[in-house]
Design a protein around this ligand. Sequence first.
Ligand code: ADP
Ligand code: MG
Length: 699
Amino acid sequence: MSREVKKIPELFGSCVFNERTMRKYVKEKYFQEWKKCLSDGKPLTLEVADGIAEGMKQWALENGATHFTHWFQPLTGITAEKHDSFISPSDNGRIIMEFSGKELIQGEPDASSFPTGGLRATFEARGYTAWDPTSYAFIKDNVLCIPTAFCSYGGEALDKKTPLLRSMEALNRQGLRVLRLFGNNDVTAVKTTVGPEQEYFLIDKSVYEKRKDVMYTGRTLFGAQPPKGQELDDHYYGTIKPRVAAFMEELDEELWKLGVLAKTEHNEVAPAQHELAPIYTTTNIAADHNQITMELMQKLARKYDMVCLLHEKPFAGVNGSGKHNNWSMTTDTGLNLLEPGETPYENAQFLLMLCAVLQAVDDYQDMLRISVASAANDHRLGAAEAPPAIISVFLGEELEGIVDSIVNDTGYTEKSKSTLRIGVDVLPPIPRDTTDRNRTSPVAFTGNKFEFRMPGSSQSIAGPTTVLNTIIADSLCVFADELEKASDFTSALHELIKRTFKEHGRILFGGNGYDESWVAEAEKRGLKNLKNSSTALPEYMLPKNIELLTKYGVYTESEIIARNEIHMEHYCKVIAIEGETLVDMVQHGILNAVSEYTAALSETLIKKRKALPEVPCRVESALIGTLSSLNESLLDKMVSLKSALETAPSVGSAELMKYYHDEVFLKMEDMRAVIDKLETLTATEYWPYPSYYDMLFSV
Ligand code: ADP
Ligand code: MG
């Protein structure tokens, strides 16, 4: 069937107030001022803002917008918007459509219900939103959305975007220092780029609505394994079903209209699992675009009577969903700093960038781990499907060979046995090995970028990306400090690269990260193994981490304290909701269903015994026995879970997290084992909830 031919280049960005559109709608003078503000990193004057707002309004009205909103990313991890219409009263009871520069650049939402971790006193409930002029405004559902940063009255960041912008600035500054040393004087900006691969599940709406756990918590709290799961690997890259294909087609189109570079769509490993990857872009834009992508996925799925599950682990026993963050650094002259160069000198620069990443990842393993820690992601990390909770870097054989040869002062190839001196002797061309398929590594070099594979599918990429930017900015700063002082740059550089590879070599690991032996090996190397959120999150407050984040102005100390509080509180709330939901489903569904089925079996048993006294009726009596005792045990476990939920102590957040993990989460796991057994033993028509099979093969 031929689909309607749509002109994609015209479609692309048609709902975005981008440069092309701005040129058309904004007076040249204001347009140039805006460009200048961007390149100088200066705020817009009110006059310029008014000029832009006027053009933006005209464009928005022509494109059907009736309202505008400051679109921001509070610490809930999702986006927030409050709509204001353009209308303003005029003479004779009429209205005009108004939108001022002040309304464009600043908003004042009463944001007292967003999490602040105590940053905003209740007497000062106002929050401020400020336009991020590097991110274009767009129209979504007839609303003009202005991407903004969100902060408190005192200027503290209450969102995920502000720290991300600050971290980009930190890396820009330090990156430029290093590039100057290499004589790269034409570069005026270093940007970080990210391309997040987004995984998700699609299930039919009708089964979704029968599972309170999926509705309330995003994941199944129980469910026996179906006879067929992902064993055959027949879903991965498989043919896309018509309903899903139609959904993906519309999703692509909607994303393109919004300027999102949606590129690849395919089926993933698990049944009902899919992936969308965009083309990479600057990190703050990529973070905005990923939020839009997640929002649209959820909205559009409904249109096709499906529900999009973004949870990291909707189903036990089949793969969970992650978000691979492909990260790199690019100059405004178009140079990818993680691309091996053509000449030895370029390669020396590349190797220094590599050193920056290795040092950063090694020194701040905890920060990276924390940036992806959540109750939901705990189900993935370390569960032999996603990277382990231990952080390591994979470089690939060729590059590791080069690192080894530098550390040991040996020639890299058979031919060049001479001692490697970067920039002096000829370093062999670094092979562009883009064939990495070590899927078990949390931080893998993939030819010209690093792929950070730990982020969860539902989380904003702003957090992990902020950490990547900041820790690598720190390495670059330390390197620049040392190299700027050197009298002989080349030999100082050689020493530095060699020393860094040597000191941080322990973070390199090319083996199978799922293997048990890696845990022991990593421990021997002194690498951290922060198995779950309740052990990882408290490390956020280590002095070295606070020092790092405040040094580059990415967070103030009070912002760090606030965020830590919010993350820990969030963890507890998630587990509490899961616990409550499980109690509810057991109490109102399972206990009763099993009891009814047992009663029916008993009736059959009585009848059979009467009719056929010589038959032992082993099936019925064994089933009745097993079901009854399992159901009794489930009742006890439920009562114990309920009481654990009711008697949660009032202690500090770290202790409370431990409580929720040990007393609530583990009890739920224990209950699940019983429930799954009950499900396999209970006749289908009695079981009150859709099975794994019903859900995984529902579309
Ligand atoms: P695959 O991992 O399937 O081989 P690619 O490596 O081509 O696919 O790309 C995966 C993701 O990495 C895409 O989102 C792509 O845009 C992104 N990517 C490619 N180059 C860079 C880069 N220099 N910086 C950040 N992301 C990048
Ligand atoms: Mg990839």
